[in-house]
Every structure is written in structure tokens, then in C-alpha cells.
Design a protein around this ligand. Structure first.
Ligand code: FE2
Length: 205
């Protein structure tokens, strides 16, 4: 008798937020207003976020700037905690805290190259607006650097070097911050809008 045993799997946490059409309308309005005034973010994006806008380097504390983003942060918190619990993390005397939260506006052909999120433990993205043609999020198999002479594998579910998370307004995905990911060139005629955020572990008061 013999069997195959799967080990070291990578976990994602996916879900949606309640009341999302109203929440998304309010978030969209904030994204519009804040991005229009964010001159630093606009010039940073021109150099580093081709064709698009991100407040990653300028307004990365949106949860403290806008009541709507604060509400968003409150809605995400139990999910982050649940995810950490599912990962078996021992957070005795500590808790997860959303330390950064920023906006991303991706018109047609804008993209975000492969990256990870240093200095945090859980990262995530929430989709605010995903017009038809909005590109998906691609998560990379974390074992990629070790595939030295690995044979080519038959393509199939759970057998690819990438996992694709469909971008759908009102939904979110959480992952451990070391997991590399990218957003290939967007194909929607109007902008794809998302919010990204990080959690760190902080001691309880
Ligand atoms: Fe990211």
C-alpha cells in the first residue's frame, strides 16, 4: 500500500465584505477625491507605477485619514485574525494591526511587477471596482527558486507555478506577506480600483 501525502501547502483566505455596493461607492468616492489631491503620489506613480496611480508611497495610512477606510479596516480585522488562527499562529499577548493601507487605480495597460510585502506578516487586497476585462492577481509558487531541474508538469488545477485570484468587486484575498505576486497588464477599458494593506504583529496594551 502506498499513498501521496501533500505537505507545506500555501494558504490563502478569500471572502467578501457585507454591504459592498454601498461600501464600494463610498470607497470609490474617497479614492477619487484623495488621488486628485495627492500630487506626491501622482508624481511617484508616474515614475514607478506605469500608466496608473498608487498611494503606496504617499498616502499609505488611509485607514487613519478617512472614516470609510477606517470602517473598511474594522471590517477586515476579524478576517485577518481568523486567517492567522487558521495558520496556527500563536498570538499570545499580541494582535494583528493593519499598519498600512493604500489605493491602486489601474487604467488599461497598467501593471504591477512581481513583488512581496516586507516588514509585515499578512497582506491583502480588496477590490473596489473591477470593470469587464479587469486583470486577475497572480500569486507565484513560493518554491520557484528551488526548481533547479524539475521536470515539466502537466497543466492542471493545483499543478501550476502560478495561482490566479480573480479580481471581483466586493471580494478580498489575504495571504502571508512573503508570497510573491503580480498584476499583469490590465485590460479593462475603465480603471480597475483596489485597496491593498498590510498587517504587523503588535503587543497588546
Ligand atoms: Fe502587492
Amino acid at each position: 500500500m502506498a499513498k501521496v501525502v501533500g505537505v507545506f501547502s500555501t494558504h490563502l483566505y478569500q471572502g467578501s465584505l457585507p454591504g459592498n455596493p454601498a461600501l464600494n461607492r463610498a470607497l470609490s468616492k474617497d479614492v477619487e477625491d484623495f488621488s486628485a489631491q495627492d500630487k506626491l503620489g501622482q508624481s511617484w506613480s508616474e515614475e514607478n507605477y506605469r500608466n496608473g496611480y498608487t498611494s503606496y508611497a504617499s498616502l499609505s495610512d488611509m485607514q487613519f485619514r478617512s472614516p470609510t477606510f477606517a470602517k473598511f479596516s474594522d471590517l477586515m480585522q476579524p478576517h485577518a485574525t481568523k486567517f492567522a488562527k487558521s495558520l496556527g499562529w500563536e498570538l499570545k499577548g499580541c494582535h494583528l494591526r493593519m499598519t498600512t493601507c493604500w489605493m491602486n487605480v489601474m487604467p488599461k495597460n497598467s501593471y504591477h511587477t512581481l513583488h512581496l510585502h516586507p516588514h509585515s506578516v499578512i497582506s491583502g487586497t480588496y477590490y473596489v471596482s473591477t470593470p469587464k476585462g479587469s486583470v486577475s492577481l497572480k500569486l507565484e509558487d513560493p518554491r520557484m527558486p528551488m526548481y533547479m531541474n524539475a521536470p515539466v508538469r502537466t497543466r492542471g488545477k493545483n499543478n501550476s507555478h502560478y495561482y490566479v485570484v480573480q479580481a471581483k468587486a466586493g471580494t478580498f484575498v489575504l495571504f502571508e506577506s512573503w508570497l510573491r505576486h503580480e498584476v499583469p497588464p490590465n485590460q479593462s477599458a475603465s480603471p480597475r480600483v483596489s485597496i491593498s494593506f498590510n498587517y504587523e504583529i503588535e503587543e497588546n496594551d
